[in-house]
Design a protein around this ligand. Structure first.
Ligand code: ZN
Length: 417
């Protein structure tokens, strides 16, 4: 089974977990991971390989391999090869799957590399490019993975696995090979006991690239509903909620407080800033509270002209208003109806409100959806600009953060970084 070259093997089990091993051409097994597809996907999505991309960029610039002196170009290629192996070694700790991929692919490419170093007519620029493409692949394979995460898991906490799946396959319906449900070589596992030699339910998949591995993990993820991946509205990190209850916020601690602690307050403030009907609701609610305080705190004979408004009245008002708020947020009633509903004591002067600002789809999101290979590292890198319209034009840098902010527009995690 090993003569086909290095590959990842994913074995399904009767539980929701899978075993992942990587086997090289000589049959040597590299790693054993025993996790659920959701856990493996999450782990992959959290990798930060931007320094690998910086390094590859530097190598492209340092070794152009475009001179006329062939001996010098060969020396350059040797040095490039040495650097590629050194950088690949740094992946061993940070990304064991990526490390396996790079090392075994470099191994497969070795005969061609040797040949190039001894020949007089092979294009060394092509050979150098192949080395760099292999080295960068662990980082490049994360680009579609991250875009798929955003499409399937952002704002989808109240959806089902089927909704997430459908959003993903419709968004990327033009992608070939298809996202998620691709063809993979698969074999049955031999049963150790019993009359039936091959297992009906236990399978072993074989994939050769990191990209196929990610897509296979997605398809295995969609065969179950025990674990779901959610994007935290507070920090935009992804997490697996421990229960089936809707979880909008994760447990990550930032500046001493978890997203779960600060999320609801930040969300409320965000809703208020977008919607004047909700601001009116909030103001009216505090007015009702102080009316209740005034009434219940004054002596019965001192209530004089006070409106009768005790705890009971407040509870009735509050329950009615909360139900109306819920209906309004769900889009069942208009802003005007909402205000009419909560104004039981005719405190409001008008029910005319500005329409709430609907969040518009950001430039960023449009790009994520239109291109599974949308690459912020490349498309929103630091940018030098010279404004010739100015009197004394000067070069200045628009940083990748500024460009990203621009592209995101109004959409942002509740906790701005
Ligand atoms: Zn969070």
């Amino acid at each position: 089974m090993y003569q086909n070259g290095p590959a990842f093997y994913i074995r399904t089990t009767e539980s929701e977990r899978v075993f992942l091993t990587a086997i090289d051409t000589s049959g040597h097994e590299y790693l054993h991971l025993d996790k659920t597809p959701a856990e493996l996907l999450l782990q992959r999505s959290e990798l930060n390989l931007s320094s690998l991309r910086d390094q590859v960029m530097r190598l492209w610039e340092s070794y152009p391999l475009d001179g006329y002196d062939r001996a010098q170009k060969k020396a350059e290629l040797s040095n490039l090869t040495r650097e590629v192996y050194e950088i690949a070694e740094t992946l061993r700790e940070t990304d064991s799957l990526g490390y396996f991929y790079v090392i075994t692919q470099l191994g497969l490419f070795k005969p061609q590399l040797e040949m190039a170093l001894h020949s007089e007519d092979i294009d060394l620029m092509d050979v150098g490019a192949t080395l760099l493409n292999i080295l960068e692949e662990p980082a490049l394979s994360l680009i579609p993975l991250r875009n798929m995460f955003e499409v399937a898991f952002d704002g989808m906490e109240r959806a089902t696995q089927r909704d997430r799946y459908e959003r993903l396959v419709t968004t990327y319906s033009q992608v070939t090979p298809p996202v998620v449900n691709r063809d993979y070589p698969v074999r049955r596992i031999i049963e150790q006991n019993g009359d039936v030699p091959l297992s009906l339910s236990l399978l072993e998949y074989r994939v050769e690239s990191l990209d196929d591995l990610h897509h296979l993990l997605f398809s295995l993820y969609f065969t179950q509903k025990k674990q779901r991946i959610v994007r935290c509205e507070c920090c935009w990190g992804y997490f697996i909620p421990p229960t089936t209850r809707p979880s909008l916020y994760c447990d990550r601690i930032i500046e001493g407080k978890s997203c779960k602690q600060v999320g609801p307050g930040l969300r409320h403030a965000e809703e208020l800033s977008r919607d004047s009907a909700l601001r009116t609701y909030d103001a009216l609610r505090s007015r009702m509270k102080s009316r209740r305080e005034r009434y219940t705190n004054s002596a019965p004979d001192g209530r004089g002209k006070l409106i009768h408004f005790d705890f009971q009245d407040y509870t009735v008002w509050d329950e009615n208003a909360l139900a109306a708020r819920k209906a309004y947020l769900a889009g069942d009633i208009s802003a005007e109806e909402f205000l009419r509903h909560i104004d039981l004591y005719h405190d409001l002067e008008t029910y005319d409100v500005e329409a709430p600002q609907k969040p518009v789809k950001s430039e960023w999101r449009k790009r994520v959806e239109s291109n599974i290979r949308f690459d912020p590292y490349r498309d929103y890198s630091d940018f030098m600009m010279l404004d010739l319209g100015l009197e004394n034009p000067q070069w200045h840098i628009i940083t990748s953060e500024e460009r990203t902010q621009d592209a995101l527009g109004d959409s942002h995690p509740l906790r701005k970084k």
